[in-house]
Write a new protein. Structure first.
Length: 135
């Protein structure tokens, strides 16, 4: 995949996968297309490990990758965003369900959580998650 051309397999990590998905969404790729591309990448990684073609294993949690792939292929586009926010932010399920667009501060890279378990808070977000939400 051209996106990862300069990165050795053992150097791949979850952030790079999220960045790739974000770029593909920005490019207008369909969720099903992204889903197939991620499945191909997962297959490639598994074969390289199985055949000892890599010096080490990538730092990718297959559990998280599987959730991202499943969400990207879902017929409901909101599922994908929910999963990405849950994986990258530490925001609770019930709090994610209450997020409104006006709660997202793109400039300061955070989400205002009004009804949190421990009270109101501003939850910081990684830049790659902000890019994904904007897409």
């Amino acid at each position: 995949m051209p996106f990862f051309k300069t990165e050795p397999l053992e150097g791949l990590n979850e952030r790079m996968i999220y960045d790739y998905v974000s770029k593909r969404i920005e490019d207008g790729a369909a969720n099903a297309t992204i889903n197939r591309e991620l499945a191909t990448l997962r297959h490639l990684i598994n074969r390289c490990i199985e055949w000892d073609l890599t010096k080490g294993q990538p730092k990718i949690s297959m559990y998280k990758e599987t959730l991202v792939i499943a969400a990207a292929g879902d017929h409901n586009p909101d599922v994908w965003m929910f999963v990405i926010i849950a994986l990258d932010s530490g925001i609770r399920h019930s709090e994610i369900l209450r997020i409104r667009w006006e709660d997202i501060d793109f400039t300061n890279k955070r989400i205002y959580v009004e009804k949190a378990k421990a009270g109101q808070r501003h939850q910081p977000l990684p830049p790659s998650l902000i890019r994904l939400i904007r897409a």
